[in-house]
Design a protein around this ligand. Structure first.
Ligand SMILES: O=P(O)(O)OC[C@H]1O[C@@H](O)[C@H](O)[C@@H]1O
Length: 287
């Protein structure tokens, strides 16, 4: 999947310069800062041809990040830039894609509505949690996790089974398997207590894994409970080495809780990692 279309001249505006997922493309210079009242501000260097397409790349992990994006698009429009694309590595609130109990928001729609109001040319999102995100977003393209998982297999070897943690992930994992030339998939399911939302159990739909190495593939690792629980079930079925590959690494409980894994892989879509127990495949290698 390529965000840059060779038919256009494209300038990149990396709102988080450390992130820089698109390489070898000319960048627009800017200064951004926060006013003492807390409002974000940006000054874009006008020294570029506004008839080119501008692709903004930005981690939208908070409403402050969204605020900076909104004023950036406004500034570009006022400079007369007509074609603006956006690359969102981790779509915010993508998991809040349904209202479970009255009183909750449909947060993913709130973010999508705000982005739609900017009337962007194209919006790219990396491995959005469910099909709800692209359904709500205008002109959107989801960049799948295929090349990420391919890179992971390049590191751990091809002789693994792909593990889908739950029914929701099944459609995606079969596409990954097809992309990788038919790597075998093991289907699993997880159940939650309806009232508390807590995980209550896992099923692995294979009798005996016979020492085979297993790679669990999912979009997000948050606390890690899903993967620790599933790892226990896989071990009960005689799995060999266990690996975990998640597109978006939140890891809010750290890596100690995940020490049942022989290797953990993620991207820098959500944050950067420094000397931690995870192997990071940067999005600059994947998009
Ligand atoms: O178990 P933790 O890591 O907290 O949550 C991650 C899981 O929760 C889901 O939304 C994700 O798709 C993943 O399956």
């Amino acid at each position: 999947m390529r965000i840059i279309n060779a038919n256009y001249n494209t300038m990149i505006l990396n709102l988080d310069p450390k992130f820089a997922p698109i390489q070898n493309q000319e960048e627009i210079k800017f200064q951004s800062f926060t006013f003492s009242g807390g409002e974000p501000h940006i000054k874009i260097n006008p020294d570029f041809d506004v008839n080119q397409k501008v692709t903004i790349t930005h981690r939208l992990n908070s409403f402050n990040d969204l605020g900076l994006l909104c004023i950036t698009v406004d500034a570009l429009r006022r400079m007369d830039v007509k074609i603006i694309d956006l690359f969102i590595p981790y779509f915010p609130a993508a998991r809040q894609d349904r209202v479970m109990i009255p009183g909750e928001p449909l947060s993913v729609k709130v973010y999508a509505d705000i982005i739609n109001a900017m009337q962007l040319n194209k919006v790219f999102a990396f491995d959005a949690h469910s099909e709800v995100t692209p359904a709500l977003l205008n002109n959107s393209t989801v960049i799948p996790n295929y090349t990420f998982i391919k890179e992971v297999l390049n590191k751990i070897g091809q002789n693994v089974k792909l593990i889908s943690p739950d029914g929701g992930a099944l459609k995606k994992i079969y596409k990954v398997s097809e992309f990788l030339g038919g790597v075998e998939v093991v289907e699993c399911s997880k159940s939650r207590d309806v009232k508390t939302g807590k995980l209550s159990g896992f099923k692995v739909y294979e009798e005996d894994l016979q020492g085979m190495d297993c790679l669990i593939v999912d979009d997000i690792c948050d606390g890690g409970g899903t993967f620790v629980g599933l790892a226990e079930e896989l071990k009960k079925k005689n799995a060999g080495k266990l690996y975990l590959a998640v597109s978006h690494g939140i890891f809010n409980k750290g890596f100690e809780v995940l020490n049942c894994f022989d290797g953990i892989f993620t991207t820098n879509s959500f944050k950067d990692f420094d000397g931690e127990s995870v192997q990071v495949i940067g999005l600059d290698q994947l998009v």
